[in-house]
Design a protein around this ligand. Structure first.
Ligand SMILES: Nc1ncnc2c1ncn2[C@@H]1O[C@H](COP(=O)(O)OP(=O)(O)OP(=O)(O)O)[C@@H](O)[C@H]1O
Ligand SMILES: [Mg+2]
Length: 361
């Protein structure tokens, strides 16, 4: 390849390799977790009771990918008495919709959207499994959404108690990216899960995963080691490999835009600004007036104590502490401001707020 691209040339061998839903053939550093999940569902293949599992790990640590690969592998096993029902609770956030999705996956038919009691849907699911003589393993991915909606306990409990009324075997895995769920006594009598941890990837592991992705998705020599190293630094500091994969793709697009046959450090800088702008735009579309007022004040003040920021906020908006607190937490979650606690001697602990520069968001 020459040093300049012609208009019809591309640096990507396969662009899909960088999509967020892409399931890599080579899934590194998760052998132990895959083995534990496989071990938990294996009895189901013979129609017996699968083990219950809780998977916990920060975002981008391969939890969803592990289950996608397990489902792929389980579909190859024949004969099998197991039905795997995968639910992404980020998009399926009500008790009824979780149930309806499980029903659809085991029967191939959508249940009515209204006018049918949940108990009836549970019954239909149980009867279908008994008639087909199948066991079932339900995967509740992103189950933190069920916890925040306060329906986690009921859903897990109802599924795991179906065997009390019907002769069937159901196992269940819940997947969490914040913390291990609190299980009360009522639930622990039916749900004593094996815990599978997904730790954050190390710098070397992230570098290796990005390097493999670059090898299969890009033509040779498009990204050199120093580029991958810089992208790895950013992915490590964000604590999410997704950010690294996205930055890699954007950096190569930036190189293409310059008609260059390889990415340079300036392409990573461009990619970083573009990614932050996009995040900011997405966030600004959903921002409330109070959050916008707080963001503006925080930016004007640079670094401030929470108390001072609150005074300025209530003066400008006439809103109280609850709105301030909620808005501030949203800005912190969106990584538009930083917040940390400082010990100030006998004056006690103070929360310090720092507005971020756009390009570091
Ligand atoms: N070990 C790995 N090898 C290759 N790619 C990986 C690996 N781990 C994660 N990825 C990639 O990183 C991205 C995020 O992975 P995944 O969706 O599985 O994370 P997650 O733990 O489910 O995150 P979240 O908690 O946000 O749902 C995917 O594009 C996936 O292909
Ligand atoms: Mg996931």
């Amino acid at each position: 390849m020459k040093n300049f691209l012609t208009w019809e040339q591309t640096l990507f061998k396969d662009r899909d390799i960088f999509d967020s839903g892409y399931v890599p053939d080579q899934f590194l550093y998760r052998e132990a977790q895959m083995k534990s999940i496989g071990y938990a569902i294996a009895p189901g293949i013979e129609g017996k009771q699968p083990q219950n599992v809780v998977c916990v790990g920060p975002p981008g640590t391969g939890k969803t990918t592990s289950f996608k690969k397990i489902i792929e592998q389980a579909e190859q096993v024949s004969p099998s008495n197991l039905i795997l029902a995968y639910i992404n609770c980020r998009y399926t956030q009500t008790h009824y919709s979780v149930l309806a999705e499980v029903y659809k996956q085991i029967t191939g038919i959508e249940p009515p959207t209204s006018g049918i009691a949940m108990k009836k849907v549970y019954e239909k699911i149980a009867r279908t499994l008994v008639t087909k003589n199948k066991s079932m393993f339900v995967i509740l991915d992103d189950a933190d959404f069920l916890i925040s909606r306060k329906i986690f306990h009921d859903i897990v409990n109802n599924f795991l108690r179906l065997h009390e009324e019907y002769p069937l075997s159901i196992g269940l895995s819940t997947v969490h990216s914040t913390q291990y769920p609190l299980l009360d006594d009522g639930l622990t009598s039916v749900f004593i899960p094996t815990i599978i941890k997904f730790p954050s990837y190390s710098w070397d592991e992230i570098f290796d995963i990005l390097n493999k992705r670059a090898k299969i998705g890009l033509y040779p020599n498009v990204v050199k080691n120093e580029i991958l190293e810089k992208i790895t630094d950013y992915a490590v500091s964000k604590g999410d490999i997704r950010f690294g994969i996205d930055l890699l793709k954007r950096s190569v697009i930036s190189a293409e835009k310059r008609s260059s046959t390889f990415a340079e450090l300036t392409d990573v800088d461009n990619a970083l600004i573009e990614a932050s702008n996009e995040r900011m735009k997405k966030y600004l579309n959903a921002i409330t007036d109070s959050e916008m007022a707080l963001l503006n004040l925080a930016s004007d003040m640079g670094t401030s104590q929470a108390g001072d920021l609150f005074c300025a906020f209530s003066k400008r908006t006439r809103k109280g502490y609850t709105t301030f607190h909620k808005s501030l937490n949203k800005l912190v979650d969106a990584k538009l401001v930083d917040s940390h606690i400082e010990n100030r001697g006998k004056n006690g602990r103070t929360r310090i707020i720092t507005a971020k520069q756009l390009s570091t968001c």
